[in-house]
Design a protein around this ligand. Structure first.
Ligand code: SUG
Length: 417
């Protein structure tokens, strides 16, 4: 069995808009009320996937959930045309594009039954995200249906907030080997909500059958949350034996480093000091919301958003690191500005699944030809712009629904309708 890391990206949905729904996510608040460009946004996402393929990485997709979520509004006793504006915006959100929040994934080498376990995230902290999981779970159950290799779990009870892989990191000598799993939780973020609860992370570790000796629960620093790091993946990212993190990411940095050093031979911490990159610059540039990957040529590569190149402290840190002999050997820059304006960088847009791609439903795996077909559907059916003021127009809702239907048909996934 050839276990590989598959990056599964959320296709940016036709309802992508800027409604400012995510308190604590500074980009979302700053861009509230702007006119969005769903078609350009989705094509940026497709180009990011093409860049991954060009590096020789395995690439998958998740589809946008049905929006507006009319059944959710019905449960709330209203409908799309009559709902209060914030409720209608929450029903229309394209937030399932941020696949890092779809689920937490523990690959087969880490679990007692040897299967790859996936738990859909409940995302209960933000109303617009709290109704994502049924659509996500439906896709997980199809994509990872093979019972010999996967076990898909429903979300943990909403008493405890869970935001999926955005607060989970895995360290290992090689993706297909046994690894350490680090679950990052928040206690308080000052004025902002801490979205990942310790009890949710502990439940997932138990459900996945992880070895307690290889599992650590790590508190996110209050300072990071208060500075706008609403998910750990805004201040840290791991790949194989490397943990790349901001100095202020964790409450107990020494405890975390000691754990990793004692359990993973060859562990390397690449730490960015606040004196070189202030935490504010790390958050606006999304330096750490990068995809840190190992392509087949073995050169560890950091895939950053264009905003990282435009932030002088960040770009000079990257240039210094690459010029030195640190473990990150290459940097690639991708334009995901439409998603970034809602606080979603390259890492937010993908869920990492270590598995043999041949065991995944092939409709969720892409190559260049399939991306061409998807881009054609997007160019033909995705709205060019969405003005917040028009969000409740009945014609917009039907356009968004028709665009998703065209995509389901192109991918032969009409069972998700
Ligand atoms: O949950 N933004 C998302 C961004 C998620 C980023 N994901 C990771 N860091 N992994 C969020 O805050 C904005 C939607 C709006 O405001 O309309 C939003 O939901």
């Amino acid at each position: 069995m050839a276990l590989r890391e598959i990056n599964v990206d959320g296709i940016i949905g036709p309802s992508h808009n800027y409604a400012g729904l995510s308190f604590g996510n500074l980009a979302s608040t700053k861009n509230a009320g702007q006119v969005s460009q769903p078609r350009a946004a989705a094509l940026q996402g497709i180009d990011k996937m093409r860049a991954n393929l060009a590096l020789g990485l395995a690439q998958g997709i998740f589809l946008p959930n049905a929006r507006p979520n009319r059944s959710w509004l019905a449960e709330l006793g209203t409908d799309y045309e009559h709902a209060d504006a914030p409720l209608a915006a929450a029903a229309m959100s394209a937030s399932s594009m941020w696949a890092a929040n779809a689920a937490t994934v523990s690959p087969g080498p880490d679990t007692t039954d040897g299967r790859c376990h996936l738990t859909a995230a409940n995302l209960r902290t933000m109303p617009h995200r709290s109704h994502e999981w049924p659509g996500t779970l439906a896709q997980l159950k199809i994509a990872f249906a093979d019972p010999a290799h996967f076990r898909v779990h429903g979300p943990v009870p909403p008493a405890f907030g869970d935001e999926g892989a955005a607060n989970h990191m895995r360290l290992t000598s090689k993706h297909g080997e046994r690894g350490l799993e680090l679950f990052v939780y928040g206690v308080t973020g000052g004025a902002f909500p801490a979205r990942q609860h310790l009890q949710a992370s502990k439940a997932i570790a138990r459900l996945h059958g992880l070895d307690p000796a290889s599992t650590l629960f790590v508190e996110q620093s209050e300072e990071a949350i208060a500075a706008g790091a609403f998910h750990n993946d805004v201040v840290a990212v791991a790949n194989e034996n490397v943990l790349f993190a901001h100095e202020l990411a964790f409450a107990d940095r020494a405890g975390l480093v000691g754990f990793c050093e004692s359990r993973l031979p060859g562990f390397e911490l690449v730490e960015v000091p606040a004196a070189e990159v202030p935490i504010g610059d790390a958050i606006t540039s999304y330096l750490f919301n990068a995809q840190l990957v190992t392509p087949p040529d073995g050169e560890m590569t950091l895939i950053v958003p264009t905003e990282a190149r435009e932030t002088p402290t960040v770009w000079s840190w990257i240039e210094r690191h690459i010029a030195g002999n640190g473990p990150i050997r290459r940097v690639e820059v991708v334009d995901v500005r439409q998603s970034m304006a809602n606080g979603g960088g390259p890492a937010c847009l993908r869920l990492r699944v270590v598995a043999d791609p041949a065991t995944v439903d092939p409709r969720f795996i892409v190559d260049d030809a399939k991306l061409d077909r998807l881009a054609e559907v997007i160019r033909r059916t995705w709205p060019i712009e969405i003005d917040n003021a028009d969000l409740q127009k009945p014609s917009l809702a039907t356009d968004v629904e028709a665009a998703r239907t065209a995509l389901l048909e192109a991918l032969d996934l009409t069972e998700l309708a």
